[in-house]
Design a binder for this molecule. Structure first.
Ligand SMILES: Cc1cc2nc3c(=O)[nH]c(=O)nc-3n(C[C@H](O)[C@H](O)[C@H](O)COP(=O)(O)OP(=O)(O)OC[C@H]3O[C@@H](n4cnc5c(N)ncnc54)[C@H](O)[C@@H]3O)c2cc1C
Length: 423
């Protein structure tokens, strides 16, 4: 099997694409300009969506999320907090929306259950006591970096190569066919030949494609921000019971709580500013759901860009959260696909479908799907002898059983990520 595939971008879509292409027997190499998940996949809200958020207005994405929520929990429960989520109505209009939401969840097979506000407020005492209608859904929380590194290691153990700190300057095209890439890393700039290239740079696609003389597919980069509060104020994902909007989700992530988000379309995903008035508006919305936040200052803000599919008639809030695999043959170009849209929750699905798509181009491939178990990845990788820092691994291992055992995972993921080739 000599067909060589380059995947550009080590966010969740590029990582899963690499894993599934490696499993199909391709010689696959992933290039990431920073660290694993250093783009949006390391700066999102942390939700493993149940699909309920999109059940009323975005049926395809709702179905994708509902299915992936179950699959990811099965393959990677070590990185998931099974908190559950609640939609909370603070007025009559929101309660009416809740009735529609409940019907749509039923129709799409998303488990939802109405519970009494008094019962709910015992579980979540920081939520606004004027909550009138509550719907429980299977939202969960996913630990981004540990999970993403596990996917990278799994790909590595299945034969893929991964180069972090490797910026792809250009996709090289000759006579209408992709010939490879030009990449710069700590060892300088070089050209690499490939039979096929997958552009998984998500929200950052336009820069790479325009440098390569390739038209950017319909992409709407939309900035969102999150406010982090010290302390775990809620035990589950709290959603406002209304159409997706600003400042309407509050969730616990480890020892902190995170409020989000905003959605503003930007011209340049590499350089953008977030208006402080927008942040204040988001915080006020959050205060309505969780009044205790009103007396506190968030500890920090972080922001990132959604790689939304642009159909030109929809705003950033209305645009679908589903995805497209776009081949550039309409521009007369062979050997390149770009991945647009999706959620962190659906990154696995995008990777799987992209690998199937590419496999279809080459024929004679192993189409049987290997079962992926990310729960045992770290353990198998540490036994494989591929970790470059065994002494650090041992030091960390010795901390097991101490008071800090639960806090070790991010450090462990960093040691493993540093073992991935730095080019
Ligand atoms: C504010 C906000 C909140 C969100 N919350 C959630 C949520 O709670 N749950 C959920 O499921 N989804 C959420 N999402 C959506 C989700 O985060 C994204 O859809 C997903 O992370 C995108 O993954 P990706 O791999 O396509 O892009 P990215 O993660 O951005 O990956 C692209 C990668 O390409 C790399 N790259 C770019 N150019 C080059 C180059 N020239 N050479 C090499 N590498 C390059 C970048 O460094 C980056 O790592 C949220 C999004 C935003 C913006």
């Amino acid at each position: 099997m000599t067909d060589k595939i380059a995947v550009i971008g080590g966010g969740i879509t590029g990582l899963f694409t690499t894993l599934y292409l490696a499993n199909a027997g391709f010689n696959v190499h992933l290039y990431e300009r920073g660290d694993i998940a250093s783009g949006t996949s390391g700066h999102f809200h942390g939700m493993l969506h149940s699909g309920a958020r999109y059940a009323v207005n975005d049926e395809i994405s709702a179905r994708e999320c509902a299915n992936e929520n179950r699959i990811i929990f099965e393959m990677a429960s070590n990185f998931v907090e099974d908190t559950g989520g609640y939609f909370v109505a603070l007025n009559g209009e929101e309660a009416e929306y809740g009735s529609i939401l409940s019907r749509r969840c039923n129709a799409l097979g998303i488990l939802s259950e109405e519970i009494q506000p008094e019962e709910f407020l015992k579980l979540e005492p920081f939520v606004n006591p004027s909550a009138q209608k509550i719907l429980r859904v299977p939202d969960r929380i996913i630990h981004s970096y540990e999970f993403s590194v596990a996917v990278a290691l799994e790909a590595l153990m299945n034969g893929a190569s991964i180069s972090t700190n490797s910026n792809v300057e250009k996709i090289n095209v000759e006579a209408g066919s992709v010939k490879g890439i030009t990449v710069s890393g700590v060892n300088g700039t070089r050209r690499e030949s490939f039979d096929y290239v997958v552009n998984a740079t998500g929200p950052y696609s336009s820069g790479l494609l325009s440098r390569s003389g390739v038209e950017t597919p319909p992409l709407m980069p939309a900035v969102g921000s999150m406010a982090v509060y010290n302390g775990r104020f809620v035990n589950s994902v709290i959603n406002r019971m209304r159409k997706p909007s600003d400042g309407d989700i509050f969730l616990p992530y480890g020892e902190v709580s995170i409020l989000g988000t905003l959605a503003t379309v930007v011209d340049n995903p590499e350089e953008f500013e977030v208006d402080s008035e927008d942040i204040e508006m988001m915080v006020e919305e959050g205060n309505e759901m969780i009044p205790a936040l009103g007396g506190m200052k968030y500890s920090r803000i972080y922001s990132s860009i959604r790689p939304l599919v642009d159909d030109s008639s929809k705003s950033a809030r209305e645009a679908t959260r589903s995805f497209r695999i776009i081949e550039h043959t309409e521009d007369g170009l062979n050997g390149l696909v770009s991945l647009v849209g999706g959620k962190f929750t659906t990154g696995r699905l995008i990777g799987e479908q992209t690998a199937d798509y590419v496999t279809g181009k080459f024929g004679n491939r192993d189409r049987s799907k290997k079962k992926v178990d990310l729960n045992s990845t770290y353990e198998r990788f540490s036994r494989s002898g591929k970790c470059r820092y065994p002494e650090l691994l041992k030091m960390l291992g010795d901390k097991r059983g101490t008071i800090d055992e639960e806090r070790l995972n991010p450090a462990l993921s960093l040691i493993f990520a540093a073992s991935i080739c730095i080019d």
